[in-house]
Design a protein around this ligand. Structure first.
Ligand code: NAD
Ligand code: UD1
Length: 338
């Protein structure tokens, strides 16, 4: 049983990953200051796994507080670093907030990893590092383009920092580039519950269906795609969580050939916005009140990938598709209390 530190463990992907790690026999601790999460996520994790996860509600930018956590746990074997601010639009308005939070927290984690000889780091990256990709599907060897936002730039910079550290120190790093995470745990005990207003497609669909907002606006239907709306690669958060546990096992078993490796995590299938809406309507039996509006500035027309590398090296493949995503997200939306 190895001890894994999960930062951002009360957030959306972090909470699902804690469940998966616990279920697969890992000991876990979490750091999350609840800046975009609720303590209730810990109740949901306990209801699913029977384990109350110890969470330290500290700010990762506070180097002294972080050092105390590492001092208290000298047996941490791997860190999964989820904690970050992630609202693309806000990052455009407040870039320094994003650079300060996302970069300082990463540097502090690396300081402690070096000091305490923690050799394995897994970093939450994003398909946003590819910028306006032209050749589809993108793969891990597709070059990074100019980031579309300061948020995207924090992911690119994070990757470069990690690459440099892995080269210098006895640290192995996996950067996992997520495509569009969505859905919720099938138990409906945990799911996406941001403190900030939902802007991503799936939460917007759910909130519209639940009557929390008037309508879902489709951002453009005049793109050069099969139905005119944008194409994305939606991955179920439970599949994503499982990929992290497999990534931990991969590093702990020393299976990596390079000290810095990158994996795309996706289902390898491009879905349009209108198809996503239809999938929701099919599994929920509800008609969604949607309207086609103007394009959203900064949107890429289409991005999707394949999971060939993750399958070959991590032994991971996604189990769920867009209908499972919509079904689980809708179940969560109907019972969530926060
Ligand atoms: P989230 O906001 O639900 O979770 C992040 C958690 O980190 C939150 O609970 C927040 O309270 C915590 N946190 C942030 N800064 C902190 C700090 N300084 N100290 C302590 N805690 C802090 O986001 P998520 O969707 O679970 O995303 C997890 C990671 O995956 C992020 O790095 C995000 O950028 C990345 N990512 C997410 C998506 C997505 O669509 N959800 C896509 C690609 C990449
Ligand atoms: C965005 C970010 C990405 C980040 C991810 C998670 C951009 C350019 N990319 O991805 O970096 O990792 O969020 O935070 O911002 N849509 C609608 N109506 C809505 C909401 C979305 O039509 O109300 C459409 C969008 O135009 C897009 C698709 O749905 O085509 C998915 O959008 P969204 O869920 O916001 O994710 P991305 O923009 O792909």
């Amino acid at each position: 049983m190895s001890k894994v530190l999960v930062t951002g463990g009360c957030g959306y992907i972090g909470s699902h990953t804690l469940v998966n790690l616990i279920t697969q026999g890992h000991e876990v601790i979490s750091i999350d200051n609840f800046m975009n999460a609720y303590e209730k996520a810990l109740d949901g994790i306990r209801e699913i796994t029977g384990i109350r996860v110890k969470n330290y509600p500290i700010d990762l930018c506070d180097a002294g507080e972080l050092a105390r956590v590492f001092d208290e746990h000298p047996d941490i074997e791997a860190v999964i670093h989820f904690a970050a601010l992630k609202a693309v639009g806000e990052s455009v308005e407040r870039p320094l907030l994003y650079f300060r939070n996302n970069i300082n927290s990463l540097i502090n984690i690396l300081d402690q990893a070096v000091k305490h000889k923690v050799k394995n780091i897994i970093f939450s990256s994003s398909c946003t590092v590819y910028g306006q990709a032209t050749d589809l599907p993108v793969t891990e060897t597709t070059e990074m383009k100019e980031a579309e936002s300061p948020y995207g730039r924090t992911k690119q910079i994070g990757e470069y920092i990690l690459k440099d550290i892995a080269r210098l120190k006895d640290i192995n790093v996996l950067s996992l580039r997520y495509f569009n995470p969505a859905g919720a745990h099938p138990s409906a005990k945990i799911g996406e519950a941001p403190r900030v207003i939902a802007l991503n497609l799936v939460p917007v669909i759910m909130e519209t269906a639940a009557g929390k907002r008037d309508k879902c606006l489709v951002f453009g239907d005049d793109y050069n795609t099969r139905d005119g709306s944008c194409v994305r690669d939606y991955i179920h958060v439970v599949d994503l969580a499982d990929a992290h546990t497999k990534a931990v096992s991969y590093l702990l078993a020393g299976k990596n050939t390079d000290k810095y490796e990158v994996f795309n995590l996706c289902i390898g299938d491009g879905i349009t916005v209108l198809e996503a809406i239809r999938a929701f309507e099919k599994v929920s039996g509800k008609k969604l009140n949607y309207e086609v509006g103007p394009r959203r500035p900064g949107d890429v027309v289409a991005i999707y990938s394949n999971y060939e590398k993750a399958q070959r090296l991590l032994g991971w493949e996604p189990q769920y598709g867009i209908e499972d995503i919509m079904r689980s997200a809708w179940q969560w939306e109907q019972v969530r209390e926060y």
